[in-house]
Ligand binder design. Structure first.
Ligand code: NAP
Length: 298
């Protein structure tokens, strides 16, 4: 078979049918796209085959089946190990790698794919597995703008695919940044649940009110990002000193309730360090400078 006679039979191939890969394949199938699947343990393809997926017998068959090849495996070494021997088959196709990794790995994989004539998009699923296939499931992607433009409609069956730019390293950078941000919010939530628990409030009742509060919190991000860019921190949302004092109240209440103080201490320390650099009367977004400069900013 010549390189051009690849007998494509599907719109998309999914390689790796773990928790995430299975959900990806299901979403493509649900959206009505002809989907070829491959997994090391063939049993995991059975339910998908019942849903209409074509089962490839080999990785090579899976790659050759579609112009769009999506891989979702534990790490980049596994991706390289599987795709390396079939690299010539990638020519003219788009490879979308939704495996978690580092910016360096993404850049390396993009270079490798380009060397084999493939367009490359690195990406990350940001909304776990449960939301995959729903419009609110965020996927960050970066790399070939052409591949994104060509396959955007198909990728939209996964959720909300956002192209961050041509640099393939951007997707893993956003992946880790968003992961850390979500954990910051969740750590605050877990502490808050513990605190209201000392007053007999159950977690679900608190979660309902906390959810109402989140639009205000997210509304600060646009303003504060502008302030960080400008290096100018008006005190519209309170000063560092005012927030540091409020954080001491949270610490006192937490201690009084016999709770761990890891979360408020982290924030209190950031505010203290920021105040110590002369930003006590600045707006709270000036904390960003303390982080950027490792706490040594002037
Ligand atoms: N699950 C999530 O909620 C989530 C969310 C965001 C991102 N991710 C990322 O998605 C990627 C996949 O995660 P997952 O949760 O789907 O993992 P998983 O459930 O553990 O599945 C791993 C998959 O990789 C395959 N595999 C492992 N080693 C292999 C090898 N040497 N050769 C061939 N296939 C191999 C497994 O095949 P077998 O079935 O044969 O074992 C399985 O299909 C990871 O990078 C993860 O960080 C996952």
């Amino acid at each position: 078979m010549s390189e051009n006679e690849n007998h494509e039979q599907s719109t998309v191939s999914v390689i790796g049918l773990g928790q995430m890969g299975t959900r990806l394949a299901q979403a493509f199938l649900t959206a009505g796209y002809a989907t070829t699947v491959w997994n090391r343990s063939p049993a995991k393809a059975e339910a998908l085959a019942a849903q209409g997926a074509v089962r490839a017998a080999t990785v090579e068959e899976a790659v050759a089946a579609s112009p769009l090849v999506v891989v979702c495996l534990p790490d980049y070494a596994t991706v390289s190990g599987l795709l390396g021997p079939v690299a010539p088959r990638l020519r003219g196709r788009a490879l979308v790698n939704l495996t978690s990794g580092t910016p360096e790995e993404a850049a390396g994989m993009a270079g490798w794919a380009a060397g084999h004539g493939a367009d490359y998009l690195d990406g990350a699923a940001m909304s776990g597995t449960r939301l995959v296939g729903r419009p609110e499931a965020l996927f960050v992607l970066s790399g070939s703008p052409d591949a994104f433009a060509t396959h955007r409609t198909v990728l939209t069956s996964l959720g909300n695919p956002v192209h961050l730019g041509a640099d393939p390293a951007l997707a893993p950078v956003y992946d880790t940044a968003l992961f850390g941000m979500a954990w910051g919010a969740l750590a605050g939530f877990y502490h808050a649940v513990a605190l209201v628990g000392t007053a007999g409030v159950d977690p679900a009742a608190f979660a309902a009110v906390a959810t109402e509060h989140m639009p205000f919190v997210t509304s600060l991000m646009a303003d504060h990002s502008r302030q960080i860019e400008d290096g100018d921190f008006p005190d519209d949302d309170g000063t560092v000193d005012v927030h540091a004092a409020a954080m001491e109240h949270l610490l006192d209440a937490s201690r009084a309730g016999g709770l761990g103080t890891d979360v408020p201490e982290l924030v209190r320390n950031l505010l203290r360090r920021t105040a110590a650099t002369g930003h006590g009367s600045s707006g709270i977004a000036s904390v960003a400078g303390t982080i950027t400069k490792g706490g040594r900013n002037a």
